[in-house]
Design a protein around this ligand. Structure first.
Ligand SMILES: Nc1nc2c(c(=O)[nH]1)N[C@H]1C(S)=C(S)[C@@H](COP(=O)(O)O)O[C@H]1N2
Ligand SMILES: [Mo]
Length: 398
């Protein structure tokens, strides 16, 4: 059977009945039972590895039982294969130019001493996280649920830096450029453009992650942190900030990380919607960290389901859990709030009374009342962005 046919056939399967470990594209179940690699990258423990050049590393699902993701297990995504391997912290400069009154060349030392220092705990999630749950398959890396993490970031407000440079009256766009490069000069480097009015005080130029220097693979020595927004705009190894009054049509702004510009943000594989818009703020989502697919537990034992929930900064109001395929839902206990942009860890205790395969579902609801849709109600888009179906893991009760 062709892959496509297989996927069509599996569409008919119930979203909660299957605990299949290896098959891709079972509706609503991201494939996150892939094995971690035997080889570890510098500053990282072994992670799920899709490519080593550029490095594409996913955090295993079982990490998502706690509010902070540690640096050595934090996922990694680069678009460009050429990443500088020698960065001298004594000579590194962030350049601010374009439509500014005064060009700046800020050293790391100046960044840490000549500006107000701020901290924010925030989720960093790729817009393509959980893409493998889309059915039919959507193009791109078939991430499970681990293209995300939450860290405490420290740095300087972007607005403080821009104020020091002084924006000219006609300034509209800001381009952010990292030091990574394409292998061929025709391909663009990684540049993001944002409208100045999209950026607020929460945006920081960060040099610290969970109390340490940023790991090299997470953008050492500095990266943008844009709480509440998908991480394609969180430019790593940030070296240049250019203020302009025209939109430059750069590859990543024009092609990648865009969704249909209609109300449902959806389309079909056959009918691509003509106009697109960038993905920006994150929708409400939860991921179960324990148990995971195929975990074996004893009948009538005390099982504590644990996971994390988050949204774009409105804050999580409730997480509800079902252990009967969605017929009944009970409230999980939320751990203490680590800030509106952070993971909200949750716990739910239950005693399995059935034998065999049992599915556990988690649904997060935010303070606006927005909630995760059922997997079968997820709207499809070509890029496979913004998946936030109710999370499902299927365990074995013996
Ligand atoms: N310089 C640079 N910054 C980048 C990227 C990149 O390829 N180059 N990828 C972006 C995307 S799409 C994601 S998902 C995040 C990943 O951040 P991480 O590797 O720290 O997890 O970095 C963003 N910033
Ligand atoms: Mo991404």
């Amino acid at each position: 059977m062709q892959r496509r046919d297989f996927l069509k056939a599996s569409l008919a399967a119930s979203a909660v009945a299957l605990g299949s470990s290896a098959s891709a594209g079972v509706t609503g179940q991201p494939v996150d039972s892939r094995k971690v690699s035997k080889i570890a990258f510098p500053e990282k423990r072994p992670l799920i590895t899709y490519s080593d050049r550029p490095p594409l590393l996913e955090t295993p699902r079982d990490s998502f039982t706690k509010a902070i993701t540690s640096n050595d297990e934090f996922f990694v995504r680069w678009h460009m294969p050429e990443i500088p391997t020698h960065i001298d912290p004594d000579t590194y400069k962030i350049n601010i130019n374009g439509l500014v009154n005064k060009e700046l060349h800020i050293s790391l030392n100046e960044l840490k001493t000549a500006f107000e220092q701020v901290e924010v705990t925030s989720v960093l999630q790729c817009g393509g996280n959980s893409r493998s749950a889309f059915n039919p398959v959507a193009g791109g890396i078939q991430w499970g649920s681990g293209a995300m993490g939450c860290a405490k970031w420290k740095g300087v407000r972007l607005s403080d830096i821009l104020n020091r440079a002084g924006l000219k009256k006609d300034a509209v766009w800001i381009g952010f450029n990292g030091l990574d490069n394409a292998a061929y000069y025709e391909t663009p480097t990684f540049i993001r453009e944002m409208r100045i009015d999209e950026l607020d005080d929460h945006v920081i130029v960060a040099y610290e992650m969970n109390g340490e220097d940023l790991p090299y693979l997470n953008g050492y020595p500095v990266r943008l942190v844009i709480p509440g927004h998908y991480s394609d705009s969180w430019v790593k190894m940030l070296s240049n900030i250019t203020v302009t009054n025209e939109y430059k049509s750069l590859f990543f702004m024009d092609v990648a990380y865009r969704i249909p510009d209609n109300d449902c943000e959806c389309e079909t594989p056959e009918n691509k919607f003509k106009t697109t818009k960038p993905i920006t703020t994150m929708n409400v989502k939860s991921v179960i960290g324990y148990p995971t697919n195929n975990t074996v537990v004893y009948h009538n034992s005390h099982v504590v389901v644990r996971g994390v929930a988050f949204d774009d900064g409105h804050g999580i109001k409730d997480v509800v859990i079902s252990t009967d395929g969605g017929k009944t839902w009970k409230e999980a206990i939320l751990d203490k709030d680590a800030g509106r942009y952070a993971f909200r860890a949750f716990r739910f205790a239950f005693k399995p009374t059935a034998y065999g395969k049992v599915s556990i579902m988690a649904k997060a609801i935010n303070r606006l009342g927005a909630e995760q849709p059922l997997a079968q109600d997820i709207k499809w888009n070509h890029g496979g962005y913004k998946y936030n179906g109710i999370d499902v893991v299927t365990i074995e009760v013996v």
